[in-house]
Design a binder for this molecule. Structure first.
Ligand SMILES: C[S@@+](CC[C@H](N)C(=O)[O-])C[C@H]1O[C@@H](n2cnc3c(N)ncnc32)[C@H](O)[C@@H]1O
Length: 200
């Protein structure tokens, strides 16, 4: 199979790497285990694993994306696990063996009900001090942070009314309800953010 390609991954992988480095390296855990939700093409997994060789990266997504992820993994020199079949709101994974859950550009794709189920599951099964990083666009105080995000949100809702850019306040409040405090809210290029949560 020809490897799928997401140009956005090529644009955002280097800025995301700087944040992953910051949150993985100081912990001095080897292997540092990361579970990725919604790996998509598998490009991020391959790039981050190569740059962070002390990380054991587990990919996951719905089955329709597994062939593409496998095609990327097959060309990687790193040991990358998965893809695990995981759809938030439907499938179950025990997250207790992971030091971090990472997910890019997924909260606005899965329905809000699935987001809340995911937050609950993370809260129930992740261990104290473990981290959750969500990359993507978020709204603040009911406002889009850019016109391009407003247009993107309209495009998402045309695809499915369940999709849409999530409110920062809804995500942080729901994560807090499930035992996670917001450690950092980081501005990223192209009107994206990384929300870093730690299990207390
Ligand atoms: C926009 S893509 C992002 C892919 C990749 N993370 C990236 O940044 O390029 C959204 C991904 O979320 C996955 N996805 C959609 N609904 C999901 C759900 N309920 N649980 C887990 N993943 C889901 C899709 O299959 C897709 O791979």
């Amino acid at each position: 199979m020809e490897k799928p390609n997401a140009p956005s991954c090529e644009r955002n992988k280097a800025p995301i790497l700087t944040i992953l480095e910051k949150y993985c390296q100081h912990r001095d855990i080897n292997p540092f285990k990361i579970f990725e939700i919604g790996s998509g093409t598998g490009q991020h997994a391959c790039f981050f694993s190569e740059k962070l060789p002390f990380v054991e990266w587990t990919t996951s997504d719905m089955e329709e994306n597994h062939a593409g992820i496998k095609a990327w993994i097959a060309e990687s020199h790193q040991k990358i696990l998965g893809p695990v079949k995981f759809e938030a709101g439907k499938d179950s994974v025990e997250f207790d063996s992971y030091d971090m859950v990472f997910s890019a550009n997924t909260l606005h794709i899965m329905g809000w009900k699935s987001c809340k189920t995911l937050f609950k599951k993370l809260g129930k099964s992740m261990k104290t001090d473990s981290l959750v990083l969500f990359y993507g666009p978020f709204n603040y105080r009911g406002e889009f942070t850019s016109e391009s995000n407003r247009t993107f949100d309209g495009w998402l809702k045309d695809r499915s009314p369940a999709m849409g850019i999530r409110a920062f306040e809804d995500v942080t409040n729901n994560m807090a309800k499930n035992g996670f405090f917001l450690k950092e809210d980081i501005e990223m290029p192209a009107n994206n953010r990384i929300l870093v949560f730690e299990k207390s």
